[in-house]
Design a protein around this ligand. Structure first.
Ligand code: PGA
Length: 263
């Protein structure tokens, strides 16, 4: 039986003071249940304070990204040993926004190449996180154009195969995968429940082909893309959807608590 997981991705929102206020309100709003794991992923700068405030709670802290080298001359980067030392238990990897694939583009087309994540860098980042015992939350998903061209399953299969290449199946037992259709992220357009379930089931089959079906049965597959309190219960009731990766709605403690309640 897979335990549900609800992860909040705060993206580039909140100063440390705002994050502290949000965390305090979250702790008051969340009705703790043993059946759900909870994670919040603030910006790097807010991680230390968030870890401190959540120390006695059941809510874990994650990062939104990582660099794969442990240390060195990599200006602006943060390594997995640094995240570990700061108290991170999880880290999002390969989010569509780090891949330069935006549901709602708020920057110039010509600046998108700044976000240069590839399937290969995702693979390197997963290895760096596993080495530190940090659970990767691997994001996969198709764009609107890929969906319209019936490429959804092929795109996700390639993302999974490349991200998970070269690992021993035992190493990946705690891995979390999030199905995040790019067109549903931050757009208010949620994937139809039946389709989200179909893709999450397909993801589990593909993972089974990579690491074996017995390992794949234990892997948590989340849905992400405009999850909110009003649609969370239906999504999380599906047999292959083990919780959610929540962006916008995770910024509001009461809404996030309601989503956790739905899980
Ligand atoms: P959203 O973002 O819930 O705001 O659509 C989800 C995500 O990017 O993880």
């Amino acid at each position: 039986m897979r335990k549900k997981l609800v992860a909040g991705n705060w993206k580039m929102n909140m100063t440390a003071a705002e994050a502290a206020a949000t965390v305090e309100s979250l702790v008051e709003s969340i009705d703790y249940r043993d059946s759900v794991d909870m994670v919040v992923c603030p910006s790097y700068l807010c991680i230390p304070k968030t870890v401190e405030l959540l120390h006695d709670s059941h809510i874990k802290v994650g990062a939104q990204d990582v660099f794969w080298m442990p240390k060195g001359a990599f200006t602006g980067k943060v390594s997995a040993p640094m995240l570990k030392a700061a108290g991170c238990a999880y880290c999002i990897v390969g989010h569509s926004e780090t891949r330069g694939r935006f549901g709602k583009l708020e920057i110039a087309d010509t600046a998108v190449s700044h976000f240069s994540e590839t399937d290969h860098t995702v693979n390197l980042k997963i290895a760096a996180l596993l080495e530190q015992g940090i659970v990767p939350i691997l994001c996969v998903g198709e764009s609107q154009v890929e969906r319209e061209n019936n490429m959804t399953d092929a795109v996700i299969t390639t993302q999974l195969e490349k991200a998970l290449d070269g690992f021993d199946p035992d190493e990946l037992d705690d891995l979390v995968v999030a199905y995040e259709p790019v067109w549903a992220i931050g757009t208010g357009k949620t994937c139809e429940t039946a389709e989200a379930e179909r893709v999450c089931a397909m993801i589990r089959i593909v993972i089974g082909e990579i690491i074996g079906t017995s390992h794949a049965k234990g892997i948590r597959v989340l849905y992400g893309g405009s999850v909110k309190a009003s649609n969370a219960h239906e999504l999380f009731s599906q047999p292959n959807i083990d919780g959610g990766l929540v962006g916008g709605a995770s910024l509001d403690p009461k809404e996030f608590a309601a989503i956790v309640g739905a899980a």
